[in-house]
Design a binder for this molecule. Structure first.
Ligand SMILES: [Zn+2]
Length: 188
């Protein structure tokens, strides 16, 4: 059967021995019919939401049959996710930075790493607060600097002794911020 522009294929991808085949849904990528000579490309998605692309430059859309597409898609294999054992794409059969981890676990891992990084930063700041308090500082100013010369805004922390609003404005102007009211004053 010839492929249509809106062809959606379903089937199962196999994995290592003993693993249940994983159902997939594959949609043809518009590039396949929009650009002459592009070849055949599909977006293949597992039930968990993991997805990847498969491409074969040698098969043109106009000549493509469903069987070509199925053969191309089934070059993809699945493997049990290293964390939860649910089907994930076998990274040796596709372009993936997931390393054999399913989408859900990958995102969970990413979030955990991000939170750990934030917690570490907070601890660092707290230690610095304590150290500077001993030295006589009374406040930390967390401010956004909006560079007068343009460029990206960035955040700074400044430790001060009983600063008035005017003192803080002065510090922020020294850093060439064109907005000097974008700060939080935290007592140590
Ligand atoms: Zn997983």
């Amino acid at each position: 059967m010839k492929l249509e522009k809106n062809t959606v294929l379903t089937g199962e991808l196999t994995g290592p021995e003993g693993m249940q085949p994983a159902p997939f849904k594959a949609e043809i990528s518009p590039c396949s019919w929009m650009y002459p000579g592009y070849g055949l490309q599909f977006r293949v998605e597992l039930e968990s939401g993991d997805w990847t692309m498969v491409t074969n430059k040698a098969i043109l859309f106009d000549d493509a049959e469903e069987s070509h597409a199925m053969a191309l898609i089934q070059e993809l294999k699945v493997c049990p996710c290293k964390k939860c054992s649910q089907p994930a794409f076998d990274p040796s059969t596709c372009l993936s930075n997931r390393g054999g981890v399913c989408e859900r676990c990958f995102l969970k891992q990413l979030r955990a790493e991000c939170e750990a990084e934030q917690a570490k930063e907070e601890q660092k700041l707290k230690r610095k607060d304590a150290r500077l308090k001993k030295q006589g500082f009374t406040h930390r100013i967390d401010a956004w600097i909006h560079p007068a010369s343009g460029g990206d805004d960035y955040q700074v922390s400044i430790w001060m002794v009983n600063p008035t609003e005017k003192d803080i404005h002065k510090e922020l102007r020294k850093l060439e911020s064109c907005e000097v009211n974008d700060f939080k004053k935290i007592e140590l």
